[in-house]
Design a protein around this ligand. Structure first.
Ligand code: ZN
Length: 320
C-alpha cells in the first residue's frame, strides 16, 4: 500500500484551569474553540479542541484540562515547543498583541530563514509563532485576530530528545520524513513536500533535566493519515519496525493508534475523517458540551462534576 503521512494532525497538551485555557487560546491567540467535550478516559474533566473554522487536521490544538494538577516540566523526551504558522510580517502585530494582553514575549529570532516569536501560555506551555509567507491554509475568519495576521495552523513541533539516532531512524525509515537542514543540535525534517504543518525539529538536549508530565506540557503529537485502511497499514509498518503499537481507538472525531518512538515521545497516527462536524453543525461547533454515545447516559452526573464555562463570546453561552 502506498502510504503517506500528511503532516501534523493535532497536538495534545495538559492544562490546568479550563476557563484560563479558553480565554488564552480563543481569546488571545484567536483560534476557534471547535469542540467542548470530556476526556474519554477521565470523563469528569474537560477536553477542549481549538483550530481553524472547522478544526481541520493540521490546525487542532487540544487540551486535557485538569484544574489543580501539578505543573509538569518541559524536557526530554517530549514535544518541547509547539509552533503555529502566521503570515509574513505579522510578528510585530503579535508581539504587541501578546504583550498588551499580559503574555511576555521574547525577542524574535531567526531560524532556518524564518522569523520566530517565542512565548508561553498561562500554564507555561512553550509556543512559537513562525512567519511563513507561503501558507495557503485559511484561518478562522470570525476570530478576534485580523485575518491578515491570524494563525493558519501548525508550523511544526520541536522534539526534545536525549539522543538523535533512534528518533532519526523512526522518522526517516518508518514514517517517511526527510532531513532538511541542521544547525548546532537542531535537526529539521519534513514529510511530503514539506512546508508549514509538515515540519519536525529534533533538538538534542542530553544535559537537560528530564521532562515530567503535568500542566504546561505536551502529552503527545498526532500525525495525519487520510483513511482507516492506511491507518491499518501504519499499524503493521510500526509493529514491523519493532515498536509496540495500540489497537485502533475511536476518538469520535478521528480514529487513532499510538506508539512510543524509541526516545520516549508518545506518537499517534490519526485519521482525517470524520472531523468535528460529525456531531454538531459547522456554525455551532464548540457551542455546547458534546459527549460520545457511551457517556450520554451519565451526562447529568458529569455536568455536576464539571465546572461551568464561559464560552467565547461568539457563542454567548454557558455549557450546556
Ligand atoms: Zn491525540
Amino acid at each position: 500500500m502506498n502510504m503517506e503521512i500528511l503532516g501534523i494532525h493535532h497536538v495534545t497538551a495538559i492544562a490546568g484551569d479550563p476557563q484560563t485555557n479558553i480565554d488564552f487560546y480563543a481569546g488571545v491567540l484567536g483560534l476557534r474553540l471547535v469542540k467542548v467535550t470530556v476526556n474519554y478516559d477521565d470523563p469528569r474533566s474537560y477536553r477542549l479542541y481549538y483550530g481553524d473554522e472547522r478544526g481541520h487536521p493540521g490546525s487542532i490544538m487540544t487540551f486535557f484540562a485538569w484544574p489543580g494538577a501539578a505543573s509538569g516540566r518541559i524536557g526530554p523526551p517530549q514535544v518541547s515547543v509547539t509552533a503555529f504558522s502566521v503570515p509574513g510580517g505579522s510578528l510585530e502585530y503579535w508581539a504587541q498583541r501578546l504583550d498588551s494582553l499580559g503574555t511576555m514575549v521574547r525577542e524574535p529570532i531567526d531560524r532556518f530563514g524564518g522569523r520566530v516569536l517565542g512565548f508561553a501560555d498561562p500554564d507555561g506551555l512553550e509556543l512559537e509563532l513562525i512567519e511563513a509567507s507561503e501558507d495557503p491554509r485559511l484561518p478562522w475568519q470570525d476570530g478576534p485576530v485580523p485575518v491578515r495576521h491570524a494563525i493558519r495552523g501548525f508550523y511544526g513541533v520541536t522534539l526534545a530528545e536525549e539522543g538523535y539516532q533512534y528518533i532519526a531512524k523512526v522518522l526517516t525509515e518508518t514514517l517517511g520524513f526527510a532531513p532538511v537542514q541542521d544547525q548546532d543540535a537542531r535537526f529539521r525534517y519534513r514529510v511530503g513536500p514539506g512546508g508549514p504543518g509538515a515540519i519536525v525539529d529534533v533538538l538534542c538536549v542530553p544535559d537537560s533535566p528530564p521532562g515530567r508530565m503535568g500542566t504546561g506540557v505536551v502529552h503527545h503529537i498526532a500525525r495525519r493519515t487520510p483513511d482507516d485502511s492506511q491507518q491499518i497499514g501504519w499499524q503493521e509498518r510500526i509493529a514491523g519496525a519493532g515498536l509496540n503499537v495500540t489497537p485502533v481507538r475511536n476518538r469520535m472525531y478521528f480514529h487513532s493508534i499510538y506508539f512510543r518512538e524509541p526516545g520516549g515521545v508518545l506518537f499517534e497516527i490519526a485519521t482525517d475523517p470524520p472531523g468535528f462536524t460529525t456531531d454538531e453543525p459547522a456554525e455551532r461547533l464548540g457551542s455546547q458540551l458534546r459527549l460520545p454515545p457511551w457517556l450520554e447516559p451519565v451526562r447529568t452526573e458529569l455536568l455536576q462534576a464539571l465546572p461551568p464555562l464561559d464560552l467565547p463570546t461568539i457563542h454567548q453561552g454557558v455549557v450546556p
